[in-house]
Design a protein around this ligand. Structure first.
Ligand SMILES: C[S@@+](CC[C@H](N)C(=O)[O-])C[C@H]1O[C@@H](n2cnc3c(N)ncnc32)[C@H](O)[C@@H]1O
Length: 215
């Protein structure tokens, strides 16, 4: 068995618990969890202990050496996170996916490519977490302070799409827009909630109310 090593920032741990915790107690179906970035297999071992023996756990990595961890704590598939066909094949093999964690290359173009390929495949109510996003400010990862390629600029456009009911601009990401139900930003971590969104409605109730009308 290949020895495993996990590398995580301490401040991520309560965020894992906050966003992944509810999935541990799920009883109606097996959780399907995908991590991008296997490295030395330690995180897959950690997720196996965390989610339990019944969870479907897959990891993908571009490094063929990671195949040594296949079948230890989860299944490992070798390919690039910016290859949508590869990602679609992995999710098909998993039988769908509920929770995705991107801890792969941390390169801006790769993060976007994976998100655009995988988010539509995520089950309704699923979550997509991206970590180590301090790289968004680093040029060698394709980012930079104020750069249009900084992932937080992508997040800004997702927020604008979320509010498209209230402005006239076209959707920046039409494939995601009506399925992004929430966006959570933490130090180096972004979490995106998937659920079908509907045009908001509102009512005024009470004496003297003039009925419906936008602010
Ligand atoms: C930060 S390490 C993963 C660490 C592991 N998740 C952990 O917590 O211990 C990043 C991994 O991403 C992989 N990687 C780099 N570029 C990639 C790509 N284009 N597609 C998939 N994986 C990639 C690297 O080979 C490396 O193993």
């Amino acid at each position: 068995m290949a020895p495993s090593l996990v590398h995580k920032w301490h401040h991520y741990l309560p965020l894992y618990e906050r966003y992944f915790g509810p999935w541990r107690s799920r009883t109606n179906a097996r959780l399907r969890f995908l991590e991008i970035g296997v490295s030395q297999g330690g995180s897959l071992a950690m997720w196996r202990r965390y989610f339990g023996p019944d969870a479907v756990i897959f990891g993908v990595d571009i490094d063929p050496a990671c195949a040594a961890y296949d079948g230890q704590s989860g299944q490992v598939r070798i390919g690039s996170q910016d290859d949508p066909d590869f990602l679609r094949r992995v999710v098909a093999e998993m039988g769908g996916v509920d929770v995705i964690l991107d801890d792969g290359s941390h390169v801006m173009a790769h993060i976007r490519a994976s998100l655009l390929a995988l988010f539509p495949l995520l089950s309704p109510g699923g979550i997509y977490m991206i970590e180590d996003l301090h790289t968004a400010y680093w040029k060698k990862f394709g980012g930079g302070y104020g750069s249009r390629d900084n992932f937080f600029d992508f997040v800004r456009l997702c927020i604008a799409d979320m509010h498209h009911w209230y402005h006239q601009e076209p959707l920046a990401h039409p494939d995601l827009a009506l399925q992004v139900a929430g966006l959570h930003v933490h130090d180096s971590i972004v979490v995106i909630d998937k659920a079908q969104v509907h045009k908001p409605t509102h009512s005024r109730v009470g004496e003297g109310s003039a009925g419906e009308g936008a602010e």
